[in-house]
Design a protein around this ligand. Structure first.
Ligand code: 5GP
Ligand code: ZN
Length: 116
């Protein structure tokens, strides 16, 4: 497992920084966003310190499939029976602030239109 001691999400995964965790397995940890943009706002974070989508290779295909298939399960657990939104910000111009790959899962109300 690759980790970066200076990375915020690596610290959360290691339990050194507190978070409100809702799911954990061998490959990922899921916790609530500290500054939620919707009533439900979760972050799906791989245990491996991968910076962004730009750093993915074929060896991550299993992990990425796992993360994507986890989304509807988490949404159902959170009571999001009418749909949800997922976002992956990549790089500074893509709005990425934490440089450890993560998928945002948002839902609960007020999400409509184009998603921008
Ligand atoms: P990005 O813009 O990199 O895609 O999203 C980073 C997200 O991490 C933001 O939505 C921000 O609110 C969240 N975040 C930043 N610091 C913390 C923290 O210490 N704990 C948690 N749970 N979320 C955080
Ligand atoms: Zn990290």
């Amino acid at each position: 497992m690759i980790t970066d001691p200076d990375c915020l999400f690596c610290k959360i995964i290691a339990g050194k920084t507190p978070s409100e965790q809702v799911h954990s397995d061998e490959q990922v940890v899921v916790f609530k966003d500290i500054n939620p943009k919707a009533p439900i706002h979760l972050l799906i974070v791989p245990r491996d310190h991968i910076i962004s989508l730009n750093e993915l290779s074929v060896r991550h295909d299993g992990l990425m499939g796992h993360m994507i298939r986890l989304l509807p399960k988490l949404a159902k657990e959170q009571g999001l029976n009418n749909g949800f939104r997922t976002i992956i910000n990549t790089g500074p111009a893509g709005g990425q602030i934490v440089f450890h790959l993560h998928i945002h899962l948002l839902g609960g109300s007020g999400l409509g239109g184009t998603g921008f």
